[in-house]
Design a binder for this molecule. Structure first.
Ligand code: GZL
Length: 342
């Protein structure tokens, strides 16, 4: 559907210009954007096709709800939401369907980085702009308009820095530390980046050792199943730390540890670390079950809306927009839990 925009009243574009976008190659930290006043369109709605990964985690649900709350008719949008149902094939097919429909924009949140060359090239050739969000795609970035998401490698580094400080405070910096790493979906940028950052940091400590590393696909069920099997196997008789690449997997691992009578958390034996910083993670930190969660901001729709408005106004945009994220541990969780938006 062709979309002619007649008039746009929005403080968002002004807000974006105030963010201080740098040069096109510079990666900028985009502040936690407040959602501006709804744009007032005097013409038809901007039609957006949004291809989601699925419903694998609570983080994903918060991410989806943010899109559903943002791209609504009263703000000038018609959203076609497609649940990828954790299937890359389904996502690629959805891309072709949306190209066929000649939507105004496609927002793609890919499950994995690979397999996108033909579909995104097709969108480019058809003149349907693609905005990639959350995880990335391993193709020439000239084929899509922009990417918005987290610096996953940085998240991994932050987790190791937290562990270094914690062990120092506990007087355990010279101890042999055995680590179990629960990874997310193989081929997903979040997994690739976090794992790279973690291994880079861990490799700096001769007394730290990863005694097991396995995939639990970011889901709570697979986190529990994986941990149960590992404990049953006796392969890893001793371990000091579990690092999980998202909160849901470590919630599942907690259930397995409980079933095996293993104490964990700041009040127990095993150091528990994860990523996402869900509200439930704060509850578990306050309850003494989780040590730390490295934040990964799922609320991307506000930034994407501003990028779309810049494109609609014919303005230049950046190639990459990073979200701002922090690290929350059990010592400060109670101070922040009431500020959490997801
Ligand atoms: C991170 C996102 C990851 C989350 C998981 O941006 O891709 O996928 O960390 C989610 O919780 O399933």
């Amino acid at each position: 559907m062709n979309h002619k925009l007649c008039k746009l009243f929005c403080i968002c574009a002004i807000a974006l210009s105030m963010i201080g976008c740098g040069t096109s190659d510079k990666e900028i930290e985009v502040p936690d954007l407040i959602r501006g006043a709804a744009p007032v369109y005097t013409d038809e709605l901007i039609q957006i096709g949004m291809i989601q990964t699925g419903k694998e985690s609570d983080w994903r649900d918060a991410n989806t709800n943010d899109y559903l709350d943002t791209f609504v008719p009263e703000r000038g949008y018609e959203l076609i939401y497609i649940d990828g149902n954790s299937s890359s094939e389904r996502q690629v097919k959805a891309m072709y369907d949306l190209i066929q429909q000649r939507v105004d924009y496609i927002i793609l949140q890919p499950i994995v980085e690979t397999g996108w060359d033909d579909a995104i090239t097709e969108a480019k050739n058809a003149g349907v702009p693609v905005i990639v969000a959350d995880r990335q795609v391993a193709i020439d970035n000239a084929l899509y308009k922009a990417w918005i998401g987290s610096n996953f490698h940085e998240e991994g580094i932050k987790a190791v820095e937290w562990l270094e400080n914690y062990l120092e405070e506990q007087g355990r910096q010279d101890e042999d530390i055995k680590i179990i790493l629960l990874e997310g979906t193989q081929g997903a940028t979040a997994t690739i980046g976090r794992t790279e950052g973690l291994l880079e940091g861990i490799s700096k400590h001769a007394n730290w050792k990863i005694v097991d590393q396995g995939c639990a696909n970011f889901t709570q069920g697979e986190g529990q199943t994986y941990m149960e099997a590992l404990l049953e196997s006796g392969k890893v008789p001793e371990f000091d730390v579990i690092i999980s690449e998202n909160d849901n997997m470590i919630f599942g691992a907690m259930k397995a540890l409980e079933r095996h009578g293993i104490s964990y958390g700041p009040d127990g034996d095993v150091i528990m670390m994860s990523f996402d910083a869900l509200h439930e993670a704060f509850e578990k930190m306050i309850d003494g079950q989780l040590h730390v969660s490295v934040e990964c901001n799922p609320l991307l729709a506000g930034t994407i809306e501003k990028v779309i408005q810049e494109l609609e106004a014919g303005n230049e945009i950046e190639k990459k927009y990073y979200t701002e994220e922090g690290v929350y541990d059990y010592t400060i969780a109670a101070d922040y839990i009431d500020t959490r938006k997801y």
